[in-house]
Design a protein around this ligand. Structure first.
Ligand code: ZN
Length: 334
């Protein structure tokens, strides 16, 4: 029995593992890569259709990973990427503006972006006319980029530092952060304690597409290695329910038109590399098989990923399909 099979059995025994979002039963989908080079189990919830890793990487590994991943500075081709990304954040800001005005907020409302990245959403919200928009970001390089690009100062810190820095926030935004967290429910628990009555607005990649169309070896070993969760609408609704956060709206959509074709090409390319590489590697044993895998599978895919990050037209700044949810955190007297 090889190492992977042994591990699969180990995880299969833990298949009574229930989904922490909805308490539904789960099924084991195999061992996949996570962060830089760790392996862990991937599970699918039969009830809410979310996906998650188990065991999760340790907190130390997570911090180390996010401190160490290289940051692509917006020069040359990556400037094009940045401009596409800003077009996306502009749409996010406009949707949030509509929601806030509909909910009775005004342009003086205090808005906090948790895990603000390079500050794009803050910049676009300010462009919409909101005067009090702030952000917290843990990575120094991202904060520097926000300052250099937009003149926006982000406060250093991680999510659970928010109440010490911006206790007055009335609206909390968390954009493309929850999929990177090992225990997302801790965030809701924290916000309920420190921000009662606030409006919570969350955007994550749409995990329903990950589970239905892309739950394969290529996606989870190469494209989504930083993601610990792929959320579904039912999963997020259940999570809100657990913390008495009343749902205001939930929606899905896509940020980059034509993307399906590009991704379809990416995946068929990567899958064929895997198929051919695995056939070659299977017929040869030992060290040579490992070397052949590296040459025929890993290096071409890494090269493709490197290029795709830097080339205009096909370059995608980040996840194209979104799932957005907004809710009201119960006020302390509720
Ligand atoms: Zn579930």
């Amino acid at each position: 029995m090889n190492e992977i099979n042994k591990n699969e059995n180990k995880f299969l025994k833990k298949n009574e593992l229930c989904c922490q979002l909805c308490k539904g039963d789960t099924q084991f989908l195999g061992n996949k890569k996570v962060l830089l080079n760790q392996n862990t189990g991937l599970y699918f919830c039969n009830k809410c259709q979310s996906l998650f890793r188990f065991p999760m990487p340790s907190e130390k590994d997570l911090y180390q990973f996010y401190e160490s991943i290289p940051f692509i500075k917006p020069t040359g081709f990556s400037r094009y990427r940045l401009s596409r990304r800003l077009r996306k954040t502009k749409k996010q800001a406009m949707a949030l503006e509509d929601l806030l005005i509909n909910q009775g907020y005004n342009y003086d409302t205090s808005i906090l972006d948790l895990g603000a990245g390079i500050g794009g959403l803050i910049k676009e919200l300010k462009c919409c006319g909101f005067k009090n928009v702030y952000g917290i970001e843990g990575r120094q390089q991202a904060r520097d980029c926000s300052m250099n690009e937009f003149g926006i100062k982000l406060e250093p810190g991680w999510i659970f530092d928010a109440h010490k820095i911006f206790p007055q926030a009335e609206v909390i935004c968390i954009s493309h952060v929850l999929e990177h967290l090992d225990k997302p429910w801790e965030v809701l628990d924290y916000l309920k304690k420190y921000y009662p009555g606030a409006l919570l607005w969350i955007e994550v990649p749409n995990g329903e597409l990950s589970s239905k169309r892309y739950s394969d070896v290529v996606l989870w070993n190469f494209w989504l290695t930083q993601h610990l969760w792929a959320y579904s609408r039912e999963g997020l609704k259940s999570l809100f329910n657990q913390y008495d956060i009343s749902l205001i709206e939930i929606s899905t959509g896509r940020h980059y038109p034509m993307y399906e074709w590009i991704r379809a090409f990416e995946f068929s390319f990567a899958r064929s590399l895997f198929r051919h590489g695995s056939n070659v590697a299977l017929s040869i044993k030992g060290m040579l098989a490992i070397i052949l895998r590296i040459i025929f599978i890993y290096l071409p895919i890494k090269l493709y990923k490197y290029l795709v990050q830097r080339m205009p037209f096909i370059s995608l700044p980040d996840e194209p399909y979104y799932l957005r949810v907004a809710g009201k955190i119960p006020s302390s007297k509720d």
